[in-house]
Design a protein around this ligand. Structure first.
Ligand code: 5AD
Ligand code: SF4
Length: 476
């Protein structure tokens, strides 16, 4: 199917869903006119930035339909969990939370419960919910998120449970309402899916094949955000470094970044996530040359052992990864580099693990997301021999955390005394005379301020580093 046909089809689908949204809103308003209280919705996000963006879409639809938003699950009439399935713990957590909702439903028989997101793309999960979780009224997946208006309407009208999960889709329906969590920053999907098939990872199975959005559609959306007050934009994809390869007129991620930086009003550009094998010199040079691109590179390494990297199907070596880190640091000295590491991949020996520790010390990461390997049914690694014993994994995990802490604290403290721009995100929850924001390097800074600072970029002197964040003072 060509891009053009897909686009026309998507426009038709958009119109259909907007029609359902209108019906949804009429339904809600009629109930309110009849004397029912206005329904309240609660959406909770598990997992990554892609899911956070999807939740903004769900909230936009709910707000347009006339729902009030609540932050307290207990008082909601509609609860939606947008789930993640990257690790088994995330799944278990969702089942636990669903169990709790049975009591809520007893108190409020009108309560509707919906689950969506990556977990729902797994057949055994949907089967389990069908069988064992009658508390759930609505199930949908990542590929048909945009059918939410239609499915919610069906759930509200019928008294039957609605389950609709698609295996894949060609459509990219992008023009439904969105409600941003922050007025001044948001994410934008530039591509969907993943083609890498790292042997431990379930994402290619749940998010499908890689598809890039047309650059013009992305730029139009960013322009719209800028006009609406957005200052910081995060370009989202499972592997943004391979953006544009499959477009009819191919384009590189670096080219797209340059175009985004040209848009007035956008002051900061971030991106997530990227695969080391596709990191090009062109991209490093672009980041170095564009002051709007944040000085933060999240570059997941996963392991420092060449043997394990091969088993993981990562397609780079310890040395190749370090060469890229070195090049980034040479060209962009102020950059903060962060990573993801998995401990306890099947067959990982003490020597393999020590290679990972060595890499942490060589790379001097600013921070590391550390994960215990989690066996995901259906992935090649799940069938590998030598799954590592829990005790060994935990012991390694603790040693890794220590190395990470040591390097991270030193790396973080290197900005002490400097004045840096902070984009203020919120009034500090614990100490209301402080505000909290981030510097370009993504480090958190607390400094004295008021609600009037939220959404502004303020120069702040970084006085005191407390491990992974700073206390500062306004610098003017
Ligand atoms: N077990 C543990 N961690 C995993 N990740 C992905 N799949 C697994 C798994 N099966 C981690 C990787 C990835 C991050 C988003 O989650 O480190 O970069
Ligand atoms: Fe979790 Fe991956 Fe889905 Fe993000 S894309 S929510 S990390 S499973």
């Amino acid at each position: 199917m060509t891009e053009k046909i897909v686009r026309e089809k998507s426009q038709e689908e958009e119109k259909r869903q907007l029609g359902f949204l209108k019906e949804l809103s009429d339904y809600v308003e009629t109930r309110v006119a009849e004397g029912h209280p206005r329904p309240r919705s609660y959406v909770e996000t598990f997992g990554c930035q892609m899911n956070a963006r999807d939740s903004e879409k769900l909230r936009g639809i709910l707000s347009e339909a006339g729902f009030l938003e609540t932050e307290d699950e207990k008082e909601a009439d509609l609860i939606i969990y947008n789930t993640c399935t990257v690790r088994e713990n995330a799944d278990l957590h969702v089942y636990g939370r669903l169990g709790r909702l049975v009591g809520y439903k007893k108190k409020n028989p009108d309560l509707l419960v919906g689950v969506c997101g990556c977990m729902m793309q797994e057949k055994q999960v949907v089967d389990k919910i069908r069988r064992s979780y009658p508390v759930v009224d609505l199930v949908f997946g990542t590929h048909n998120l945009f059918t939410f208006p239609e499915l919610l309407l069906r759930t509200l009208r019928g008294k039957k449970r609605v389950v609709e999960v698609w295996d894949s889709t060609d459509e990219m329906v992008e023009h439904l309402p969105v409600r941003r969590k922050y007025a001044f920053k948001t994410g934008i999907n530039i591509m969907y899916g993943c083609n890498n098939f790292c042997s431990y990872c379930i994402v290619p199975y749940v998010r499908g094949r890689e598809r890039s959005r047309e650059p013009e559609a992305i730029l139009e959306e960013v322009r719209h955000f800028a006009a609406d007050g957005v200052k910081e934009i995060m370009l989202l994809g499972q592997n943004v470094n391979s953006y544009g390869k499959t477009l009819e007129t191919p384009m590189t991620f670096a080219q797209l970044l340059r175009e985004v930086c040209r848009i007035d009003g956008i002051e900061r550009v971030r991106f997530m996530s990227s695969h080391p094998k596709d990191l090009t010199d062109e991209l490093i040079d672009t980041i170095a040359a564009e002051p709007k691109i944040c000085r933060h590179y999240h570059l997941p390494v996963q392991s420092g052992s060449d043997r394990i990297l091969k088993e993981m199907n990562r397609r780079y070596t310890h040395a190749a990864y370090m060469a890229k880190v070195k090049k980034i640091r040479e060209k962009i000295p102020a950059i903060s580099i962060t990573t993801d590491i998995i401990v306890g991949f099947p067959g990982e020996t003490e020597e393999d693990f020590e290679e990972t520790l060595r890499l942490v010390h060589e790379a001097k990461f600013d921070s590391v997301f550390t994960f215990i390997y989690s066996k995901r049914t259906g992935t090649p690694a799940a069938a590998m021999p030598d799954q590592i014993e829990d005790g060994v994994v935990h012991e390694r995990f603790d040693r890794l955390m220590e190395a990470v802490k040591e390097e991270g604290e030193t790396a973080c403290a290197r900005f002490t005394g400097q004045t840096m721009d902070v984009l203020v995100e919120e009034v500090n929850k614990r100490t209301p005379d402080l505000v909290t924001g981030r510097i370009s390097q993504n480090l958190i800074v607390h400094f004295p301020g008021t609600a009037a600072d939220v959404g502004k970029i303020v120069p702040v002197r970084l006085d005191d580093c407390r491990g992974f964040y700073y206390f500062g003072t306004r610098a003017n």
